[in-house]
Design a protein around this ligand. Structure first.
Ligand SMILES: NC(=O)c1ccc[n+]([C@@H]2O[C@H](COP(=O)([O-])OP(=O)(O)OC[C@H]3O[C@@H](n4cnc5c(N)ncnc54)[C@H](O)[C@@H]3O)[C@@H](O)[C@H]2O)c1
Length: 256
């Protein structure tokens, strides 16, 4: 098993890629704490995992608050007995334009995309040091590597996450903590709906959908399991010499 005896935490774990991360991490032997604001979806996940033979810890928290982020990481450390792996996966699309900006929506995007990663790293480092090291994984986006015409604020946030990951890879290397960033392309999860309405209902016409798919060299959208399996690899000792990477998982989108 690839994560035997590992203690793992995943945020935004009740849906999409994070949810599959819980399934894959547990299947590979980790004890997993799943953090999310959606209590009902977390409870359903716990039942599904129990049916598969895995007990998971669920923590309901609003990660857009400082207490929610700091508190849930420390609660996870208490309940797990330490932390070896954190996949800090929370994020939201945020406002579509810098014009007529609603500052509350702007702050929410900055908070969930960037501040959660900062606070998560700040809280988890002490726990990983106690365990002799660890693997910290952030979720950025292709929009953290190239500009995004329809989501400039999201892109600014996700570039920040890449910068944070590369910097912390340097800061934490001496403690045996690897820090890596996953940059997914457009991936079929509920969140994708938040993006596809931008730029003219991209997926609502065959012509627009074909245009979108033509921008991906592999000619298709990503699947959440493809991102969760990347997180699994980065979390595992198979990636023991990998740190400071911002890894596109995007069907080749950022090659151009
Ligand atoms: N889906 C894509 O196309 C795509 C592409 C690139 C990057 N991403 C990134 O992936 C991450 C999540 O994406 P997903 O597609 O798995 O999303 P998703 O919509 O499937 O899941 C998001 C989860 O976040 C939780 N959440 C939302 N607000 C929260 C809060 N305040 N506190 C705690 N939990 C909260 C939701 O309850 C949900 O379970 C984000 O960081 C996003 O930027 C997504």
């Amino acid at each position: 098993m690839r994560l035997k005896n590992k203690l793992a935490v995943i945020t935004a774990a009740a849906s999409g890629m994070g949810r599959l991360g819980v399934v894959f991490f547990a299947r590979e032997g980790a004890t997993v704490a799943a953090i999310d604001i959606n209590a009902e979806a977390l409870a359903e996940l716990a039942v599904e995992m129990k049916a598969k033979g895995s007990e998971i810890i669920t923590i309901v928290a609003d990660l857009s608050t400082e207490d929610g982020m700091r508190g849930s990481i420390n609660e996870a450390a208490d309940k797990l007995g330490g932390i070896d792996i954190l996949w800090a996966h929370a994020g939201i699309p945020g406002p579509a334009s810098v014009e007529n900006l609603d500052m509350t929506e702007y702050q929410q995007a900055m908070t969930l995309n960037v501040t959660t990663a900062v606070l998560g790293a700040g809280e988890v480092a002490q726990h990983m040091r106690k365990r002799g090291g660890g693997s910290l994984i952030f979720t950025s986006s292709i929009s953290g590597l190239v500009g995004s015409m329809f989501s400039p604020i999201y892109s600014a946030c996700k570039f920040a996450v890449v910068g944070l990951g590369k910097s912390l890879a340097l800061s934490f290397a001496a403690d045996g903590i690897r820090v890596n960033v996953i940059c997914p392309g457009l991936t079929e999860t509920p969140m994708m709906e938040g993006f596809v309405g931008r730029g003219g209902e991209i997926l609502n016409s065959a012509e627009n959908k074909n245009k979108l798919l033509a921008s991906v060299p592999l000619g298709r959208l990503g699947q959440p399991e493809e991102i969760a399996l990347t997180a699994l690899w980065l979390a595992s000792d198979e990636a023991s010499f990998v740190t400071g990477v911002a890894l596109p998982v995007d069907g080749g989108y950022t090659c151009r």
